[in-house]
Every structure is written in structure tokens, then in C-alpha cells.
Design a protein around this ligand. Structure first.
Ligand code: GMT
Length: 375
């Protein structure tokens, strides 16, 4: 198949999933054309069958604001036409599904039937898409897509109820390469972060409000009362300064290590003892899956699609949003009980490998593509 993939090229989970999907499809012999304003972050190396098309932005002085959605639609049309694409698969509805719809409709006039598939990832449905000015357009673009997938059952239900959509939505969970994300401890890093053998709590995110990163610092403050521990925070974003301030205010800044954005996450995650994901909203929680693949128990909030991934009392623990006391209790309980800890760690890795490995999920996308092409 010839497939165009559009996604955000930055560090977010939707871009990661889209890029890894494209790479996996290319290895299987499909021709993949990424269309975005920059090269997707995970596409750094040459891969056979993978092509990248950069969306050029018009900078005519009249346009005070970027016309990205239009430029994207034009590029989608161009690539679909000249590369003879069968499918345009857009990740994150806003604005990609609308641009895709435009491209599809224009091509239809030239008797070209380009199938549009939209994958819903999270805040495109649960937050941004609900803004009154966006809602009708998001609903329309979902309804007009030839196929729609959601990364969790939770997100599918939310889409149906929030947008009163009657369309069939296919749930295809996110996936991970468990050969890249696997337990490989980097001793040097561990000694650097926890020189006296302290336990390591870890969290990775884009530091947006929905991630509630501050909760991880409150959890550390409580865990430290019982066990020597450090907190490693990976990523960057709008809440980072506030988190740094909180660590100073609580007088634990020496035990909170901000690493900023990092590549080679697998090695870093492997040095953790427990991964924390206290989000306010999370349609899936790819970062938790990355930690689980590295054999780490996850302590998370009970929101969105996380319970489809983290099994309470098996691969980690789930607490109410903001209940940092309980999260800390769970962490201490696990860190005090080696047998239980090792069982949870093993369960996490097994769950990632058995249920969310790339080779289990990518065929679901291929089957779905075939179904849409034959519809
Ligand atoms: O929806 C967002 O805010 C961004 C998006 C992203 O690009 O990281 O995150 C969502 O998609 C991820 C990949 O499918 C999911 O793992 C995240 O749970 C989801 N984020 C939210 O629902 C907040």
C-alpha cells in the first residue's frame, strides 16, 4: 500500500505513535510518505520505503497568521496525486482531519478516491476539540473520514458521547518496540542520580497542566519521609518552572532532578524503580507503556484509558486524581516489599510484550486499512 501519514513532528505521543507506525509499515514493504511541517522527531535515520514531504508555509505579508491547515491540505493533495497514495492517515484530528478532508474532496473532483483515516489521540477530543468554535468542525471531520480509530476504548466512548457521533470507531491501542524499550540498566547514570542507593521515582511528560507533574513532587516529599528517594523528571514544557519552584519551596530541590528533553529514554527509564503518571486526563498514557516495557511498575491516576494499560495491583497501582497520599503509600508499600515489587516489575514487562508490542498492533492497522480500502 502507499500511505500518507500526517502527524505533529515533535515529542508528543501522537507523533511518536504515527512515526513508529510508518516505520513498521515501511519495513513490511509499504510505501510511507510523511507529510508535516518538520521531520518527525523519531525519523532521524534513513529507512527504506519512507519519504518525508515538508509543508512549506506561504509568508506573504498580508498573512499575519500562519495558513498551516491550507498549506497542509495543498501538500497532501500534491503528494496523494503524484505518489498515487491509497490512504491518507492523519494522527490527531485538529487540524489534520480537516486538511485531509479538503485534500480528499478536491481530489474527488479529479476522480481520485483517496481514503482518509483519522486516528484520535486525546486532547483533540477531550479538550481542544470541545472548544465551542472547534466542536462542529471536529465532529464534521470525524464523520467525513472514511475510517476512524481511537487509541483506547475510553477515547472511543468519549468521542461518541461528546460529539454525538454514530460512526463506527475502531479501537487500536498504542504500541511499543519492546526491543528498544527493555530493561537495560545504565549503572553510571544510576550512580550519578542516586549515589547513595536511593530509590528512584521517575516521570516523563511534556509538562502541560493535564500531566499534574507537581503531584510527582508531592509524592516524592512523602516517600522521602519513609525511604531515601530521588525523583527524576524528563521532558519540558509550560509547568516546568512551577515544578522547580515547588521543589525549592518544599526544600527537596536537591532530590528532584530535571533532565529536560532526552533521547535514549529506554536506558534512562530502566534506572527507575517506579514510574509515576498522575495525569488529570490521559487517553492512553504512552509514557507509562514505555516504562512498563522497561520492567517498571507504574503508579498512576485512575483517568481515561490508563486502566486499559496499567492493571491495579498487578503491574502497578491506580489512585484517584490528586490523591498524592495514596500514591506515596503505594510507592512505599512496593519499595518495602521486594517480592511484590519484583512480581509487579515482571508483570509490567510481560504485559507490554504480550499485549502492546509493535508486532501485535501494526497488523491491526493493516487489517483496518484493507477494510477501508475495500469499503
Ligand atoms: O492529546 C494530547 O494532548 C497530545 C497527545 C500527544 O501527542 O502526546 O497525547 C495523547 O496521545 C498519546 C498517544 O496516543 C496518548 O498516549 C496520551 O494519553 C494522549 N494525551 C492525553 O490524552 C492528555
Amino acid at each position: 500500500m502507499k500511505i500518507g501519514i500526517t502527524c505533529y513532528p515533535t515529542y508528543g505521543g501522537s507523533g511518536v505513535v504515527a512515526t513508529e507506525l510508518g516505520k513498521a509499515l515501511a519495513i513490511l514493504g509499504h510505501q510511507i510518505h510523511f507529510i508535516s511541517y518538520a521531520m518527525p522527531h523519531r525519523l532521524s535515520h534513513f529507512t527504506e520505503n519512507v519519504f518525508f514531504h515538508e509543508v512549506e508555509m506561504s509568508n506573504y505579508p498580508l498573512f499575519e497568521h500562519s495558513l498551516y491547515s491550507l498549506s497542509l491540505a495543498s501538500k497532501m493533495m500534491e503528494v496523494a496525486e503524484y505518489e498515487n497514495l491509497d490512504i491518507l492517515h492523519v494522527h490527531y484530528a485538529i487540524p489534520h482531519a480537516v486538511s485531509g478532508y479538503l485534500a480528499k474532496e478536491v481530489l474527488k473532483k479529479n476522480n481520485r478516491d483517496l481514503k482518509l483515516i483519522t486516528t484520535l489521540h486525546g486532547t483533540d477530543i477531550t479538550l481542544v476539540g470541545l472548544e465551542p468554535s472547534f466542536l462542529p468542525l471536529v465532529k464534521f471531520s470525524i464523520e467525513q473520514s472514511d475510517g476512524v480509530t481511537a487509541v483506547s476504548r475510553y477515547l472511543k466512548e468519549k468521542t461518541i458521547t461528546n460529539y454525538h457521533i454514530e460512526k463506527d470507531i475502531e479501537v487500536i491501542h498504542n504500541f511499543i518496540d519492546t526491543e528498544i524499550f527493555k530493561p537495560v540498566c545504565n549503572r553510571k547514570f544510576k550512580e550519578h542520580v542516586a549515589p547513595n542507593g536511593e530509590k528512584i521515582l521517575m516521570h516523563t511528560s511534556n509538562f502541560r497542566k493535564v500531566k499534574r507533574v507537581q503531584d510527582t513532587i508531592h509524592v516524592l516529599a512523602k516517600v522521602r519521609e519513609e525511604i531515601p528517594a530521588k525523583l527524576v523528571l524528563i521532558g519540558d514544557g509550560p509547568e516546568r518552572s512551577d515544578c522547580e519552584r515547588l521543589a525549592r519551596d518544599l526544600n527537596i530541590s536537591q532530590d528532584v532532578i530535571f533532565l529536560g528533553k532526552q533521547d535514549g529514554l529506554g536506558e534512562i527509564l530502566s534506572t527507575a524503580d517506579i514510574f509515576l503518571l498522575p495525569s488529570q486526563s490521559e487517553s492512553f498514557g504512552l509514557s507509562a507503556l514505555e516504562a512498563m516495557a522497561c520492567g517498571k511498575p507504574v503508579i498512576s491516576s485512575s483517568v481515561g484509558g490508563i486502566p486499559e494499560l496499567v492493571l491495579h495491583n498487578e503491574t502497578g497501582y491506580i489512585a484517584e486524581i490528586g490523591d498524592v497520599d495514596r500514591m506515596a503509600k503505594y510507592a512505599v508499600d512496593l519499595l518495602h516489599n521486594e517480592k511484590k515489587y519484583l512480581k509487579f516489575a515482571e508483570n509490567s514487562r510481560i504485559r507490554a510484550v504480550d499485549t502492546f508490542e509493535t508486532s501485535m498492533i501494526v497488523p491491526q492497522y493493516i487489517n483496518y486499512y484493507e477494510k477501508i480500502l475495500n469499503s
